[in-house]
Design a protein around this ligand. Structure first.
Ligand SMILES: Cc1cc2nc3c(=O)[nH]c(=O)nc-3n(C[C@H](O)[C@H](O)[C@H](O)COP(=O)(O)OP(=O)(O)OC[C@H]3O[C@@H](n4cnc5c(N)ncnc54)[C@H](O)[C@@H]3O)c2cc1C
Length: 585
């Protein structure tokens, strides 16, 4: 059995984080074997896994051919790498699809080895692997309009060779594919779920605890808060702090739980499954904390980290400017030394989430105007007054205005104007000038893992809503789920979300093992962002007209899902970064 600490019973009554107690209490031996309580029909079904394992080799060969093609395309336009974007970004998507397939197979193997593999898991594997291989062979959707097609990349022979492989041929959707999708949808409607066990009793218990918290404190209210454009209530933030959710991966010596990035991903996923805002709120503290933990002076760590971990201090990331978003090296906001060594900040920032309520800004500014690129940038830890008495920005030298947005509500977005705003003399992160961009880059791995996890959570939210509606709504005398095209959608978004989740978890595991994982984290973010959007779009479609009505949650999830391929590295920038790393390797 998985232990669940019911939030109502713990919040506000203990100074020790329930998750900390839980992490210490639960031993790996407590790992359960039936997929978090969902019953799975056990059957001898190793064929699909054997096929998927066998299909990895031809898929990897195809990816390697794509790498060669991208390198050639790049070599053909020396000095103009953007001219080769079609080939390089296609490579990123091809490699990401193969990585997703590898993660899916890893998930299936772990389930088999632990004796957990049921019919539903075999179906997810068959459908997920089949769709991935079919996309590799015929064209991967990089966005709703653009495809990475083998023919355009000169990869037709390589794609044909892959498609002729025996294992690939058997997995690619054929005449029986619709029946498999229908069977998966039926099992899902009957209450079964794909295996989500983490092979670690503590992590499984954390998932169950955060799921119960989110179901109790967030999910029932999220849509009302979204429609009213309310800030997430302070008491919910306090409850999250009491549960330890702001410091899941932060070092224990500074007040965090020290549970690692996989735990952080699971927490982000579960909170986002209830509401994107809840998952994102924790994210902000974790990433600000990592920035400080990795780069700060001892005094900065001692001062800020315990406050961030408890939720007493809420941070906001202040990087983007009206004229530079993707190209952050061009940040123009100036920070200059003023009297007594204090900093004076002048410039304009935009898209700053939770800016009014935040107490701490991690602010990227130019401290050396003689250096126009990233070398002239520094990171400052800038305290600010939180909103009070109806005034969003009470500090002198700082003003802001809200940017009304489609979704991602609950923290609000702001354009900020700094006019000689004062920061203390010790605000410079790590006491080092000119390091800001590099310091920020070092947090990208964790930030992207977390964003991928948030996207996976939103994808599950869409799946949950779609499944429920398809089961309840009747047309032509039958439930919607009985129609093959509706069942297809349910089965496909479920399989893709499992792939995105496993890819995200693998990136987190790599990070926890101290391995460099910039490519893995970027791939997870790229795939999970597409998955969230696809799932939300399909959820709206299943809802028909009601999906378009603001009163239905499907409309919120659609708006929330759209953000993932824009922030934390837009999908195009993400593809660029992945391809560059692959081509260097
Ligand atoms: C809801 C929301 C919350 C946010 N929160 C924060 C926050 O808290 N703090 C913060 O600092 N920022 C935040 N951002 C800003 C976010 O990080 C930026 O929007 C993002 O980096 C993209 O920058 P941009 O909007 O200026 O788009 P641009 O950089 O102008 O890009 C526009 C489009 O062009 C594409 N493009 C750009 N360059 C290339 C290229 N070389 N090749 C191919 N395509 C390219 C992009 O991929 C994108 O599709 C937030 C944004 C939003 C919408």
């Amino acid at each position: 059995m998985v232990k669940v600490f019911l939030p109502g019973a713990i919040i506000g009554r203990s100074t020790e984080s329930p998750l900390r107690r839980l992490a210490a209490d639960v031993k790996p031996a407590d790992v359960h074997t039936s997929g978090a309580g969902y019953s799975a029909v056990m059957m001898e079904d190793t064929d699909t896994l054997k096929l998927a394992e066998a299909a990895l080799a031809p898929a990897r060969r195809f990816r390697d051919e794509a790498c060669g093609a991208a390198a050639q395309a790049l070599a053909a336009c020396p000095g103009h790498p953007d001219a080769a974007q079609h080939a390089t970004h296609a490579l990123a998507w091809i490699a990401t699809t193969v990585a997703g397939l590898e993660s899916l197979v890893g998930w299936a193997r772990r389930g088999r080895d632990a004796g957990r593999r049921g019919r539903i898991d075999a179906l997810v594997l068959q459908i997920g692997a089949g769709e991935a291989l079919a996309a590799l062979g015929s064209g991967i959707a990089m966005s709703a309009a653009e495809y990475a097609r083998p023919a355009e990349l000169g990869l037709t022979p390589a794609a044909e060779a892959m498609l002729q492989d025996d294992a690939v041929r058997q997995l690619i959707p054929g005449p029986d594919a619709a029946a498999a999708r229908g069977e998966l949808a039926a099992l899902l409607l009957a209450g079964q779920r794909p295996d989500e066990t983490l092979d670690d009793g503590a992590l499984d218990a954390i998932r169950a605890t955060v799921r119960a918290f989110a179901a109790d404190r967030i999910a029932p209210h999220a849509h009302r808060w979204h429609l009213a454009d309310d800030l997430i209530p302070r008491e919910v933030i306090d409850a999250m702090g009491a549960l330890g959710l702001f410091g899941v991966a932060m070092p224990t010596e500074y007040g965090g739980l020290g549970l690692g990035k996989l735990a952080m991903a699971v927490v982000s996923e579960e909170l986002s499954r209830a509401w994107i805002c809840a998952g994102s709120l924790g994210t902000r503290s974790e990433i600000a904390a990592e920035l400080i933990a990795e780069n700060g002076t001892e005094a900065q760590k001692r001062h800020w980290l315990p406050r961030l971990a408890s939720g007493e201090v809420l941070p906001t990331a202040v990087f983007t400017e009206p004229d530079c978003g993707s190209d952050l090296a061009r940040v123009a906001t100036r920070a200059v030394r003023a009297a007594h060594g204090a900093w004076s900040i002048t410039g304009a920032k935009t898209w700053i989430t939770h800016a009014a309520r935040a107490d701490l800004m991690t602010l990227l500014a130019r401290t050396d105007p003689a250096r126009p690129g990233h070398d002239g940038l520094s990171m400052l830890l800038v305290p600010k007054a939180a909103m009070q008495d109806g005034c969003d920005f009470p500090d002198a030298g700082l003003s802001g205005s809200e940017i009304p947005v489609l979704g991602y509500r609950g923290m609000r977005e702001y354009a900020l104007s700094f006019d000689g705003f004062r920061a203390p003399a010790d605000a410079l992160l790590g006491g080092a000038q000119g390091q800001g961009f590099k310091q920020l880059m070092r947090t990208f791995e964790a930030a992207r893992i977390q964003t991928a996890a948030r996207a996976v959570g939103v994808a599950w939210n869409a799946f949950d809503l779609a499944l429920r509606y398809a089961g309840e709504r009747r047309q032509f005398g039958r439930s919607l789920a009985a129609f093959p095209r509706v069942a297809d959608k349910i089965a496909l978004i479920c399989a893709e979300t499992v792939i995105a989740r496993e890819l995200t978890h693998d990136a987190a595991r790599a990070k926890d093992e101290g391995r460099r994982c910039d490519v893995e984290a970027g791939m997870a973010k790229l795939l999970a962002a597409r998955c969230a959007w696809t799932s939300a779009d399909q959820c709206v479609q299943i809802h028909g007209g009601n999906g378009y009505a603001l009163e239905f949650e499907a409309s919120r999830v659609l708006c929330d899902a759209r953000i993932f391929s824009i922030f934390e590295g837009a999908a195009e920038i993400q593809a660029h970064v992945i391809a560059r790393a692959l081509l260097k390797a």
